[in-house]
Design a protein around this ligand. Structure first.
Ligand SMILES: Cc1ncc(C[n+]2csc(CCOP(=O)(O)OP(=O)(O)O)c2C)c(N)n1
Length: 667
C-alpha cells in the first residue's frame, strides 16, 4: 500500500497544504492557515477510513466528510481534486471566482463531493449529527436483511464551531442518541480571528463533550501515529460519538504559524517562498507530484471496489420476495405518489378546527403514503400535532421509528433536519412555534441555499395564539420567511389548503417549505361553484368570487381569509363586487405564468391585503395605491377573540377601513 510509505504521506500533506496556499494566493483571498494545519488529519481520514467513490459522489452507502470549519474550503477542494472527484485543477485555480465550482465556502449544490454547505460556524457539525442519525435510521430498516446503510460521518470542527451554541445543542443530542457513526476532530489551535482563543474561551472542550456522552481523545494533530491510533479507536468504539481533540498549529511551517494572520488572508509571496523552501517544495504553483497522484488513485480504486461490493449486496437484496426492496426503492427516491394530492383531499376533515389540527390529520395520511417522511418537534408534540402515529420514537437503541424527539433545541433541529435532507432516504421535518423560526433561521436559510427538501412545520402562527402573549406571537415572521430566496412559506386558511400545503412540501424536491398553522379554530370555507382544487397549488386563487366583474380584490392568508370573506359580505351588500383571493404561498404564485396571475389579480382592479403581521412588504402585492391592513406592532396577552377585536381583524373593522379608503381613493 502506497499509504504505508511515510515519506509519501509527508509529501501528500505538503501537496494539500501548498494547493490550499496557492489557491488562496491566486484568489487573493481566503484562509490558508487552517488547511495547512488540518492537512495531516484530513489525509489520514481520507486515506485510511473514509469510504468514497469519486465517480459516484452520492453512492448511498458512502461515508460522509463534513468540513464544519467551512472557511478552510481549499482543504476540501484540494482533497476532492486529488481524490479524483469531478473537480479539475482549473477549478482550484479559479477558487472564489465567478462561475467556478470552488466558492469561498463549500456549497453542496455547487461542488461534487461536498456533502453540506458550511461556513456559518456550528452548522456543519450539527448537520453531521442529522446525517449520522439518518444513516442509522435507514440501517435500522434494512441492515438486518442486508448491510445497505453502514456509513460513518467524519468531520472537522474548529474553535468557532464549538463556541457556537448550535453545536452544543447538536452535541448533546448526538450523545443522547449514542451516534457512534459520528467521528469529529476538533481543531484545537488556540487561534481565532481576533487573536488567541483565551480572549474569550477558557472551558475544557473535551470535558464538555465527555459530559454530552461522547468518547473523547486528545492528540497532537500533526503526529500521524497519534492520528491513526485515535481514528482506529474512534471507529472501533461503540455506543458514543467521538470527538478527537487535536492540538494543531495554524499556518504550520509558514512564517505566520500560530498567529491569527494565518487565518484569513493570503500568506503573501515572501511567506510562500520561505515556506516552500523550508519544505523543500518547488516554487511552481499548484504542484502535484506523480506519486502523490498515484497514492490517491490507489485509494479511489479501493473506494470503487467497496462500491462494487455494495452493489452486489444491493442486487442480492433486490431479489428478496418480501416488501423490503420496494420500500428501499421508495425511500431512496424519496417517492411521493403521483396521486398524493387526490389522496390527501380524501381525508380532509369537514369539521372546523385549527389548521394545526387539520394539518396533523392530513400528515398522518401523507406519512402512510410517503415512507420517507420522518421528523419531530422541539418538545412541542401536543401543540404542533406532528407525531407520526403508529411509529415509535427514535432512541439510542432503536432507530427504526419515524419520530424524533429533538428536545428543546430548535437551532440544532433545523440543522439536523438539513443533515437528514442532505443524506439519503428521508424527507425530514422539524416543528415548533412560528415565533421560534427565529431560532432556526440560519438553518432555514442554508436549506434554501443548498436546495434541500427540509420541511419546517410552524404552528401558533399569529397573535391569535392568544394568552401566551407577545413573546410567543409572530408578527414579522411571515415576511421574514417569505424574503428568504428558495424558501416556500405556506400559510393555509383551512383544512383543504392544509392538504395542498403538505402536497406542495412533499413534492418540492429542491428547496425547503415552511408551513404556518394556526393554534385557534378556523372555519372550513366554502369554495365557489366549479372550484378546481389544483388552483390551491398555484399559490393564490379566488376563494370567494365577486358577483360580476370585481370592483375590488381582497388578498388574505391563513386565519385572515375568513375575516376577508366576512368583510366581502358586508361590502357586497353596499354595492361593491368583492373578490377574495386566498394566497397561501406567494412565492409559488409568483412562479405562475402572467396569464394566471392576471386572472387572479386582474390589472386595474384595486387591491387590499389582510394579514395580521407587518404591512410594508404587502405593498409589493397591492401596489402603492392599494390598501394594506396589517399589524405593525407586537401582540398582547389576551384571548384571541379580544385580540381580533382590539387589533381590528374582524369583518366589520376591515370593511370600515376599506370603506374609508374607497372614499379617499374615489375622491
Ligand atoms: C456563525 C459565524 N460567525 C462568524 C463567522 C466568521 N468567522 C469565520 S472563521 C471565524 C473564527 C475562526 O476561528 P476558528 O474557528 O478557530 O478557525 P481557525 O482560525 O482555526 O481557522 C469567524 C468568527 C462565521 N463564519 N460563522
Amino acid at each position: 500500500m502506497l499509504r504505508d510509505d511515510p515519506k509519501l504521506i509527508e509529501k501528500a500533506v505538503h501537496t494539500i497544504q501548498m494547493l490550499a496556499v496557492d489557491g488562496v494566493e491566486k484568489a487573493n483571498s481566503g484562509h490558508p492557515g487552517t488547511p495547512m494545519a488540518l492537512a495531516a488529519i484530513t489525509l489520514e481520514i481520507w486515506l485510511r477510513h473514509l469510504r468514497y467513490d469519486p465517480l459516484d459522489p452520492s453512492w448511498p452507502d458512502r461515508d460522509r466528510f463534513v468540513l464544519s470549519a467551512g472557511h478552510a474550503s481549499m482543504l476540501l477542494y484540494s482533497m476532492l481534486h486529488l481524490s479524483g472527484f469531478d473537480l479539475p485543477m482549473s477549478e482550484l485555480k479559479s477558487f472564489r471566482q465567478w462561475g467556478s465550482k470552488t466558492p469561498g465556502h463549500p456549497e453542496s449544490h455547487m461542488t461534487p463531493g461536498v456533502e453540506v454547505t458550511t461556513g456559518p460556524l456550528g452548522q456543519g457539525i450539527a448537520n453531521a449529527v442529522g446525517m449520522a442519525a439518518s444513516i442509522k435510521m435507514l440501517g435500522a430498516r434494512f441492515n438486518d436483511a442486508a448491510p445497505l446503510s453502514t456509513g460513518r460521518v467524519f468531520g472537522i470542527c474548529s474553535d468557532g464551531d464549538v463556541m457556537e451554541g448550535i453545536s452544543a445543542e447538536a452535541g448533546s443530542l448526538a450523545g443522547h442518541l449514542g451516534l457512534d457513526n459520528l467521528i469529529f476532530f476538533y481543531d484545537d489551535n488556540s487561534i481565532t480571528i481576533d487573536g488567541k482563543t483565551e480572549l474569550a474561551f477558557s472551558e475544557d472542550v473535551g470535558k464538555r463533550y465527555e459530559a454530552y456522552g461522547w468518547f473523547v481523545q486528545h492528540i497532537d494533530g500533526h503526529d500521524h501515529g497519534q492520528i491513526r491510533e485515535a481514528l482506529d479507536r474512534a471507529v472501533a468504539n461503540t455506543g458514543k460519538p467521538s470527538m478527537i481533540v487535536a492540538r494543531t498549529h495554524i499556518g504550520i511551517g509558514s512564517p505566520k504559524q500560530d498567529t491569527s494572520k494565518a487565518h484569513g488572508e493570503p500568506l503573501g509571496a515572501d511567506a510562500i517562498k520561505i515556506t516552500k523552501q523550508k519544505l523543500g517544495w518547488p516554487e511552481e504553483t499548484f504542484h502535484v507530484p506523480d506519486d502523490v497522484r498515484a497514492l490517491f488513485a490507489e485509494r479511489a480504486d479501493e473506494g470503487r471496489a467497496a462500491h462494487d461490493a455494495w452493489r452486489m449486496v444491493l442486487q442480492g437484496f433486490q431479489t428478496r420476495g418480501d416488501s423490503l426492496p420496494a420500500l428501499y426503492a421508495q425511500l431512496m427516491s424519496r417517492a411521493v405518489p403521483d396521486n398524493l394530492f387526490e389522496e390527501l383531499l380524501k381525508v380532509v376533515p369537514t369539521k372546523d378546527a385549527a389548521t394545526r389540527v387539520q394539518s396533523g390529520i392530513i400528515e398522518q395520511r401523507a406519512a402512510a403514503l410517503v415512507p420517507s417522511l420522518v421528523g419531530g418537534s422541539a418538545d412541542l408534540n401536543p401543540s404542533t400535532k406532528t407525531f407520526i402515529e403508529g411509529s415509535p420514537a427514535v432512541t439510542r437503541g432503536n432507530f427504526a421509528g419515524r419520530n424524533i424527539h429533538f428536545g428543546i433545541r430548535e437551532h440544532a433541529m433545523g440543522a439536523f433536519v438539513n443533515g437528514m435532507a442532505s443524506s439519503e432516504g428521508f424527507i425530514p421535518f422539524g416543528s415548533t412555534f412560528l415565533v421560534f423560526s427565529d431560532y432556526m433561521r440560519p438553518s432555514i436559510r442554508l436549506a434554501a441555499l443548498s436546495q434541500v427538501q427540509s420541511i419546517f412545520v410552524y404552528t401558533h402562527d399569529s397573535v391569535y395564539l392568544g394568552e401566551d402573549g407577545p413573546t410567543h406571537q409572530p408578527v414579522e415572521h411571515f415576511w421574514a420567511l417569505r424574503v428568504i430566496p428558495n424558501l416556500d412559506f405556506v400559510r393555509p386558511c383551512d383544512a383543504l389548503e392544509c392538504a395542498a400545503a403538505w402536497t406542495h412540501a412533499l413534492r418540492r424536491k429542491h428547496g425547503p417549505t415552511a408551513l404556518a398553522l394556526s393554534r385557534q379554530k378556523l372555519a372550513n370555507l366554502p369554495r365557489p361553484a366549479g372550484f378546481d382544487p389544483t388552483s390551491m397549488l398555484r399559490g393564490a386563487y379566488t376563494i370567494a368570487e365577486a358577483d360580476g366583474a370585481p370592483t375590488l380584490v381582497i388578498i388574505a392568508t391563513g386565519s385572515e381569509v375568513e375575516v376577508a370573506v366576512g368583510a366581502k359580505k358586508l361590502l357586497d351588500a353596499e354595492g361593491e363586487r368583492v373578490r377574495v383571493v386566498s394566497a397561501p404561498c406567494l412565492s409559488q404564485f409568483l412562479r405562475e405564468d402572467a396569464d394566471y396571475r392576471d386572472s387572479v389579480l386582474p390589472r386595474g382592479v384595486p387591491r387590499v391585503s389582510v394579514e395580521i403581521g407587518v404591512s410594508a412588504p404587502w405593498y409589493s402585492v397591492v401596489g402603492d395605491r392599494g390598501l394594506v391592513i396589517g399589524h405593525d406592532d407586537f401582540g398582547a396577552s389576551a384571548p384571541d377573540k379580544d385580540l381580533a377585536k382590539h387589533f381590528g381583524f374582524v369583518p366589520e373593522a376591515v370593511a370600515t377601513k376599506i370603506r374609508a379608503w374607497r372614499g379617499q381613493t374615489r375622491a
